[in-house]
Ligand binder design. Sequence first.
Ligand SMILES: [Mn+2]
Length: 326
Amino acid sequence: MSIKITFEKLCDIIESYRSRKVAVTFHAVGDLDSVSSAAALSEYIAGAKIAVPDFISGSAARILKGQGYDLWDNRSISGAEAVIVVDTNGLGSMGSISQQIKESTAELLFIDHHVPSDGIPQRALVFNDQSFNSAASIVYAVLERLGFSIPERAMRLLLYGIIADSAELKNASHVTFGQISALLSKTGLDYGGILHDIYRRDTYDARKSHISDLFASTVELQSEYVIVYGVASGHPNDLAEKALSIGADIAVFWSISNGEASISARMYPGLNSKLSINLGDLMKDAALMLKGQGGGHPCAAGAYGPYTSHAAEAVSDLLSKIKSRI
Ligand SMILES: [Mn+2]
């Protein structure tokens, strides 16, 4: 069991890290909440170095740059006396950096707002409070409590992070509303403009190909579940998400480009436990067939590899495993 700490203790620790060598990292495919939390902490902790686990999502990277930050390319925690992991509930979702953390002797501090997992090392200190809607909300509360005068670019980014994780304010408490209100007033930003920026529409080319690909896909009803699958002309993960957003329960799409096959699957949240399906595990088998890499989360996973001639077979194998559980 890791060591749970209170908000007061968290503030003390962050304050004590101010003069130390600290690495800040987050879950694989860092989103706006992760990157804004990391960026704001690195403003407070002068010696902080941000370590990107796998990569940063396209919209997070765009907004990070838009707020005047350079994109981080460091992927190592070496040399750090302490590692702060934000927005992450265990090493299982940390991609390539989890091995570095396992091998490191640095102090470990997790700051998160997700349901805790058992994938946190025993020696780690953990602040996890799900009454905060986001990691950015926790980081903002800590920096305020420490009396730090947060640079404006970090305030803007925290505001984006808090709003992004609020699901258009559906996931928001009185704390969230209070912080959003304070940050809007301090930065002069406008809520509608931020939403527009976060959920910017795809280009017309991308929207046209999403719609064409979805029309060309196969739609099956198995028991009471709608399964959609087919070929994507763009990124298969985008298409699988679109399929879910218009009512699919399970979506599997694949593509071949530049000599690489890529498969992506999505499931409606919660179906993994209901149907005992873990897409992340199933994608490991798909990756073997593609002679590449695969994995992910129970409801969102992918595999890619150079063995393109086996892609169709890997997809039908995946679909039959999924259907056998329904
Ligand atoms: Mn988050």
